[in-house]
Design a protein around this ligand. Structure first.
Ligand SMILES: Cc1ncc(COP(=O)(O)O)c(C=O)c1O
Length: 424
């Protein structure tokens, strides 16, 4: 199967949903049949999958598209490079659409968010940048920053969340001064699902101090209908294996147009340019010309690296295309509705969930022993996960419905949770 065929199938299915808000009956009739492989699991097992914030469930089209990419290789050998690179560009275009990013070339494929972060730190003019970050960042980001600090390649100021384990922008703003080079912060915190409020103020303050901002969008993209370009962060990192159902390795770094050179060429020393690089970032890579100084491609291509992994694009495209075709605003409204239903059912079963007012796609139940809770719930047929809170250390179990979960499933899940975690 070709990408254009997959897009057509998705467009046809989504057209049948109509233009209005999503309903369970329309999703079941028109969209769920495209998930037949993963949903067949529901008949074979007793499990209700609520770990959609962790690893999203794939469309059937994923296998078809990957098979198509391989068929092209068998059939056309080196003639397959054209379609393979078109797949890369389609991936950049779909991610750009998801982020409301005006320029698909400003989206650079990466295999992890950490890879995007390292590219940005290495691109900064200072070889020992001052970075402000928070205790609420995902482990990969936390670990990269600590490794740079340990090697003497960065100095990091860490901001704590408040007593309720919520991240406030004011302490981040207070930590920024003229010596700060970069702020690294999540749009939605991975443990609590809290949507960080006031990012626009934070970004304005950082810029007024000559400091850049990198936003980790992992738990926001495909969930919140944000205009990231308007928000104005200098760099976004994120990946598609959660809400956009793209599987592992399909990540990206997006670079704000203000940091892209329309003409390319040899960058000025002391400017921001990527040294996590390779021949795909060269001006005219297929001309095989060499010069003493590195001459970069124009625009976002200057941030590309070497020969890219190709199959990841085919793997990721169906999920992102589906999210874009349905529209994030409709997915968001449906998700909030499902979360509310699950919360009500938990309460009806004696469990008090924690519903953070500004949140992403999941809700929380606090617990003293996350491992025990996870094991008990797994045994009872509820697939969730749990993480320790960054400040209090108490555990929160994360429950994330998605549109493959019916209301009936959520009701049954809440009954099981009540039996496992309830006091009675
Ligand atoms: C907020 C956030 N950032 C990044 C990642 C993944 O990081 P990486 O792609 O470096 O493994 C995750 C994964 O759960 C995450 O939740």
């Amino acid at each position: 199967m070709q990408i254009t065929d997959a897009q057509q199938i998705i467009n046809n299915a989504v057209a049948k949903l109509g233009q209005d808000e999503l309903t369970e009956s329309a999703l079941v009739e028109h969209i769920l049949p495209h998930f037949s492989r993963v949903l067949a699991r529901n008949d074979r097992t007793n499990e209700i999958y609520l770990a959609n914030h962790s690893l999203g469930r794939p469309l059937d089209l994923v296998a078809d598209l990957i098979q198509g990419a391989l068929d092209g290789w068998y059939e056309h050998l080196d003639g397959v490079w054209g379609p393979w690179l078109d797949a890369r560009d389609a991936y950049r275009e779909q991610v750009a659409r998801l982020l409301n990013w005006n320029d698909p070339k400003g989206v650079v494929p990466k295999t992890s968010a950490a890879q995007g972060l390292r590219a940005v730190i290495n691109a900064l003019p200072s070889s020992t940048p001052n970075i402000v970050s928070t205790r609420c960042e995902f482990d990969s980001i936390d670990f990269v920053l600590k490794s740079y600090a340990h090697k003497g390649r960065a100095s990091v100021t860490w901001i704590e969340p408040d007593e309720a384990d919520l991240l406030r922008v004011e302490p981040i703003i207070d930590a920024i001064d003229q010596s700060t080079d970069l702020v690294v912060v999540s749009a939605v915190c991975f443990v609590t699902g809290q949507q960080v409020e006031g990012l626009d103020r934070l970004i304005k303050h950082a810029h007024a101090n000559g400091c850049l901002v990198l936003l980790d969008t992992y738990h926001a993209m495909g969930v919140l209908d944000l205009d990231y370009l308007e928000l104005g962060a200098d760099f976004l990192i994120g990946g598609n294996y959660k809400y956009t159902r793209g599987g592992a390795g399909a990540c990206f770094l997006a670079i704000h147009p203000r940091h892209l050179s329309p003409s390319g060429g040899v960058p000025e020393r002391g400017s921001i340019f990527s040294i996590d690089t390779g021949w795909f970032a060269k001006e005219e890579p297929f001309a095989y010309k060499r010069s003493d100084d590195p001459a970069y491609a124009p625009g976002g291509d200057a941030w590309l690296e070497a020969t890219p992994p190709i199959l990841t694009y085919y793997q990721a495209l169906p999920g992102i295309m589906l999210s874009n075709a349905i529209g994030i605003h409709r997915l968001r409204a449906y998700s909030l509705d499902q979360q509310q239903h699950l919360a009500d059912q938990l309460v009806a079963n004696g469990i008090t969930p924690r519903l953070i007012h500004h949140r992403g796609a999941y809700l929380l139940v606090e617990h003293d022993d996350g491992h025990q809770a996870m094991a008990g719930l797994k045994d009872a047929g509820v697939n969730i996960d749990a993480r320790p809170l960054p400040r209090s250390g108490r555990w929160v179990i994360r429950f994330c419905p998605d549109f493959l979960n019916t209301r009936d499933e959520l009701t049954r899940a809440a009954q099981r949770v009540g039996r496992v975690l309830g006091s009675g």
